[in-house]
Write a protein that binds this ligand. Structure first.
Ligand code: CDP
Length: 805
């Protein structure tokens, strides 16, 4: 096509910029087996590490005998805490201000805890030799229940004995970590005392696990000649890992290169620092050879960062016609043996204080108590922004519980309490400023799309049929309206280990009009290479196909805080737009010079600058790029590149309306999702196809969590769900069809109006599935039951309600 004759619309389409469902550029290599994951990295002389792990959840480690393991041909070293202690590396700092044993130092606190690290010539020898390490344990009483732990005389963290002050304030008991309070306690209690109606319930969000298909791993390679450490790994935040490695190892940061290659899913599991990283680095420094460590599935499920495990006691107050007047929540948070939650420093319970949800609740109070137990550490934002899923589940259950108490339709109860469009920006009672929203429009669209009234009529008929013995199947309609909070975050509020949560993008335009962009984030399947190129394409008028995107190499990418909590689009996406705008500003000057007019006399037109009033006189971005490298332009440096470090003024608040229609067989406990409708509003949509993919993936994970997935322990602290035979991971067989929909309410402070989306479907999906189960049994008297709603638990609900005769 001819640049002179193409219409602006044709030129814009040619760019495949924002709004286009551009196909994922990553998939060419992934679908052809050309991905490059950590386990694909093979270096000369590479050794392998394997852990000896504790079979006990709480025990004293009396002795570790390495002799038999060291005698195995091919074993190079066996590390224990004693070996790491002289280096000060037997403990490491956690992201939550606590510290964690790298290798068992005198005792173990959870099943699967790392006790010794065997380094050998290959993986098989390392695994065999790990079996030969003899560890003498002396069993100690096990505490798996956080309420019991707070009453028990058993001291889990002996290293903290006598310490009454923790990283987040006073500790009330030797197994207590912190209390975090938000909102107005007195005012909320006064509202509860005076209210027409108060509904009260314990809402438990069980312990689960992000379970990415690729487990965690790394390759540490210390070059003794150059003094440079290269660390490849499954890191969601490579720069932060570089800084942490520098701080705890004493190696200068410029001598550390961290590379996140392709990552097979993260979902929060790959944010924190694990013992495997520290041991591999030490082993490589000691041996002078590269050392690889890759977990197996059981290790991943048993020892790396779990999610949730929040006991949320709630009270919600309302007038008799359903206007909510107050919300009270006390959460008991089970953090396991160490407090290794991945939250911004000032938020020990993450953004749990978004628990007023989508509702205009004038008075609220939240308190969270963190507790040590004999479980694995590391509560992470499993595909959500720092405890937002817990918060959304809590409020969406409390709304349902209140609807029962008021004998009201839950859709109507939501509608009369939504924050109205004209109230944005909205200041919540628990401290957040919601940037934008139009909840009523989304809600009405959702209810209409599923024919809500028709569904309720069908449900009423079903209840009649059930009572008359004509069917054994119930129908549940699960409603959810959620508000997310993503894009951590303003540096003044949010840091991780003191690192402010900005993000970055550097763009270099090549002379021939193609470009490379490097970001501080790292895709784990979200398709950044596809979508961030689209932002640049729209901003500077070069085709997305001509823009390479690179992430994950700390030697080349500008410093960034990484990808988790749907922060990439709100923060790095904004940095990308801002860097592109710097380029466009310089391009304007170059164009004006080339066109021999004043800078103010040219205007931007899709992919070019043209002279105002004379659109036939123009310079395309491609021509401008070439001129930047081949013309001496007075007052301008040669070249065309820019970098932006973006500190967002606020977080973004995506929202959505999800509705699940579920059939439940009361005799078998089996469920079937008949319909799932997901309306998401993530502001300006960069790539609708990728958004749809994100929603499909996130709702499927929500299905897993709500309907079966859990990390369960027995009373001895044994993990009962340590394999994929027991830990529910849906396949195509269990995954229903989804209908996706959207509204668009741009973020007023984001340069392109975009909000995050990756996590919304998990945040909104879980309550939608769970509410469908509850709704099916509501007419028969069920108020609250705990997830996961597997067949056995559903059968038990039916049995408890006397449905089995
Ligand atoms: O931080 P993370 O990449 O996990 O989440 P995200 O920022 O929500 O983005 C997930 C994917 O959806 C990325 O490829 C985004 O560019 C894309 N996205 C989009 O196309 N439009 C939006 N408004 C938000 C995200």
């Amino acid at each position: 096509m001819n640049e002179q004759t193409m219409t602006p619309g044709e030129r814009a389409a040619n760019l495949k910029g924002m709004g286009s469902s551009r196909k994922r550029v990553e998939d060419v290599r992934f679908t052809q087996g050309k991905g490059n994951y950590v386990d694909d990295i093979k270096l000369d002389g590479m050794l392998f590490g394997a852990f000896v792990r504790s079979p006990y959840a709480h025990a004293r480690v009396v002795n570790v005998n390495k002799e038999a393991a060291l005698a195995v041909p091919g074993v190079v070293a066996v590390l224990t805490a004693e070996d790491l202690a002289p280096l000060g590396l037997h403990w490491m700092p956690t992201l939550a201000g606590d510290k964690q044993m790298v290798l068992a130092d005198g005792k173990v606190l959870f099943q699967g805890q790392e006790v010794a690290y065997v380094v050998a010539e290959n993986r098989y020898i390392a695994a065999d030799a790990a079996e030969l390490v003899e560890v003498d344990y002396e069993e100690l009483p096990v505490l798996t229940d956080p309420f019991e732990a707070l009453k028990s005389d058993v001291v889990l963290r002996e290293d903290l004995a006598g310490q009454t002050e923790g990283a987040h304030g006073p500790r009330k008991h030797h197994n207590h970590i912190f209390t975090w309070e938000q909102g107005d306690k007195d005012a909320t209690e006064a509202v509860l005392g005076e209210a027409d109606v108060v509904a009260e319930e314990m809402v438990y969000y069980h312990r689960t696990h992000p379970c990415p298909l690729e487990t965690c791993g790394c390759v540490a390679s210390m070059d003794k000649v150059t003094g440079k450490l290269t660390l490849y790994g499954t890191f969601q935040a490579p720069h932060a890992i570089r800084t942490v490695v520098s701080l705890i190892s004493g190696l200068a940061e410029h001598n550390i290169r961290v590379i996140s290659p392709d990552i097979g899913g993260g979902f929060g599991n790959k944010v924190g620092a694990y013992a495997g990283y520290v041991c591999s680095v030490v082993a490589s420094i000691v041996t002078g050879q590269p050392v690889k460590w890759v977990e197996n599935r059981m290790e991943n499920l048993m020892s790396t960062a779990f999610a949730r495990d929040y006991w949320m006691q709630g009270k919600i107050a309302a007038t008799k016609d359903g206007k909510i007047t107050g919300l009270w929540c006390h959460t008991t948070a089970d953090h396991g043996g160490f407090d290794a939650c991945a939250d911004p420093t000032k938020f020990p319970a993450g953004f749990m204080n978004i628990c007023t949800g989508s509702y205009d609740i004038p008075t609220a109070y939240l308190a969270v108590d963190g507790v040590y137990t004999n479980k694995a550490p590391g509560g992470v934002a499993y595909r959500c922004s720092f405890r937002v899923t817990e918060a959304a589940y809590f409020i969406e259950r409390m709304i349902e519980v209140l609807a029962i108490k008021l004998n009201m339709d839950a859709a109507e109860l939501r509608r009369i309490n939504f924050i109205r469009k004209d109230q944005f920006p909205y200041q919540s009672a628990l401290g957040w400023e919601y940037d934008s929203g139009d909840y009523h429009t989304a809600w009405d669209k959702a209810l209409k799309a599923v024919d809500y009234e028709g569904l309720r009529a069908e449900q009423a008929q079903r209840i009649e049929d059930f009572k008359a013995g004509r069917t054994r199947k119930l129908l549940g309609v699960g409603l959810t309206h959620f508000t997310e909070i993503v894009g951590a975050g303003p540096v003044k509020n949010c840091d991780i280990l003191g690192l402010g949560m900005f993000d970055s993008c550097e763009i270099r335009i090549h002379p021939t009009g193609s470009a490379i962009a490097r970001l501080g984030t790292i895709s784990q399947g979200q398709g950044h290479a596809t979508t961030f190129a689209q932002i640049i394409a729209s901003e500077i008028g070069l085709p997305a196909d001509d823009i390479t995107l690179e992430e994950g190499d700390t030697d080349t990418a500008p410093y960034g805080l990484g990808t988790y909590g749907s922060r990439s689009t709100p923060v790095a996406g904004a940095a990308t737009a801002m860097a592109a705008r710097k380029i466009r500003a310089k391009a304007q000057m170059i164009a004006a010079y080339l066109l021999e007019v004043h800078d103010d006399d040219v205007e931007w037109d899709v992919d070019r600058f043209s002279v105002k009033g004379a659109p036939e006189r123009f310079k395309t971005m491609k021509e401008i790029a070439f001129a930047a490298y081949n013309q001496a332009i007075p007052g301008l440096e040669p070249g065309l590149e820019a970098v932006s470090y973006y500190d967002p003024p606020n977080m973004t608040y995506p929202f959505g309306a999800y509705i699940c229609v579920m059939e439940i067989d009361v005799d078998t406990g089996e469920w079937e999702v008949r319909q799932f409708y997901a309306l998401d509003d993530c502001g300006t949509r960069i790539n609708p196809m990728i958004i749809e993919g994100q929603v499909h993936g996130g709702v499927t994970e929500a299905l897993a969590i709500a309907m079966g997935q859990e990390i369960a322990y027995d009373e001895m602290g044994n993990v009962k769900t340590g394999t994929l035979m027991d830990f529910f991971l849906p396949t195509a067989w269990e995954t229903p069809n989804y209908t996706t929909d959207h509204t668009v309410t741009p973020s007023p402070h984001h340069p392109i109006g975009a909000k995050g989306v990756g996590e919304s479907p998990n945040v909104g999906g879980v309550p939608a599935f769970s509410n469908a189960v509850h709704d099916a049994f509501r007419p028969f008297g069920l108020v609250q039951s705990h997830m996961p709603h597997d067949h056995w638990r559903i059968w038990k609900i039916a049995n408890g309600l006397g449905m089995h005769g």
